[in-house]
Design a protein around this ligand. Structure first.
Ligand code: UTP
Length: 295
């Protein structure tokens, strides 16, 4: 099918992060490290690998270090160069975004994810766009957003990343009302935000990756507050069903919710086990701790 290329991605980073306080009292939760890189850098790398050319961050007060992280660091780079620290220099340079390809806009009041996305409306314009919630860290053979874009190029409309969750957990997610499902891509006729298990239309739940039609942005212009008195992105997506198809993609990869303590710890372990400098030591540590528990 003929679709417009997805060139832009919104990264909403204006949330308060109350579930990981006090760690994020003075730093943004997106700057928490996973082994040797902050959470936000994994999200940006995923977007870059998915072919995204323009990065739109929706930030808030106290999030300035995110902006600095993706900027050049001339003094640090000069020092590393002078000392011949090539690998470190390369890692610092890799985290720089290209001039003109990055926009920072602010959400002045935390009125919900839908409102945060709407704050990026002028930077996005009238074209399809990706959304990455950096808290949802994904370890995948191919970038999750890239997998969504491939699906979008086949079916168009709105495509969201989806996972099957235990029924007792549906009240933590937006849940799809599925009409057809080939085991990987599911078409949906509706979506409910955090339904109680007994009222959930399915257990196929959406996580923090989206490819969205511009109709969603237009809907956000008039979207009323929903659950928690916040403007919900899921409500706006659901309101476009009928005009725009909605699909959930069971992507290839594992997702970690770094917005809560246990998910964050698990993400560190999973990435440490894959990192060449930490894999062996982490495996040995896990064995030591497992043996201690057993004894
Ligand atoms: P969360 O649901 O994790 O909320 O937001 P939160 O405020 O960040 O964290 P807790 O629940 O207090 O611990 C999901 C995503 O939406 C963004 C967050 O930055 C995160 O990427 N968000 C949420 C905003 O940008 N603005 C908002 O008003 C709410």
């Amino acid at each position: 099918m003929t679709t417009t290329r997805v060139r832009k991605a919104i990264l909403p980073v204006a949330g308060l992060g109350t579930r990981v306080l006090p760690a994020v009292k003075a730093i943004p939760k997106e700057m928490l490290p996973i082994v040797d890189r902050p959470v936000i850098e994994y999200a940006v790398d995923e977007a870059r690998e998915a072919g995204i050319e323009e990065f739109i961050f929706v930030t808030a007060r106290g999030k300035a270090s995110i902006e600095d992280h993706f900027d050049r660091a001339p003094a640090l780079e000069a020092t590393l160069e002078g000392r011949g620290r090539k690998a470190e220099l390369e890692s610092v340079r890799n985290s720089t975004l290209t001039d003109g390809n990055v926009t920072f806009t602010r959400q002045h009041t935390p009125r919900g994810l839908g409102h945060a996305v709407w704050c990026a409306r002028h930077a996005v314009g009238d074209e399809p766009f990706g959304v990455i919630l950096p808290d949802d860290l994904i370890q995948a053979p191919r970038p999750c957003l890239g997998q969504l874009i491939e699906a979008y190029e086949r079916v168009g409309g709105n495509v969201v990343a989806a996972v099957d969750v235990p029924r007792e957990h549906t009240n933590r997610y937006g849940v799809l009302d599925v009409t057809s499902d080939d085991g990987r891509l599911a078409a949906a006729k509706g979506m409910v935000e955090k339904p109680d298990p007994e009222h959930a239309p399915s257990t196929l739940s959406i996580i923090g990756r989206y490819v969205l039609d511009p109709a969603v942005m237009r809907q956000l212009d008039r979207q009323a507050p929903g659950r928690g008195d916040e403007i919900q992105l899921t409500d706006a997506i659901a309101a476009t069903i009928g005009d725009v198809p909605l699909h959930g993609l069971r992507f290839d990869g594992r997702r970690f919710d770094c917005g809560n303590k246990a998910g964050y710890v698990e993400a560190i372990l999973a990435f440490a086990l894959e990192h060449p400098e930490t894999a062996d030591a982490t495996r040995a540590l896990l064995q030591t701790y497992a043996a201690r528990r057993a004894s």
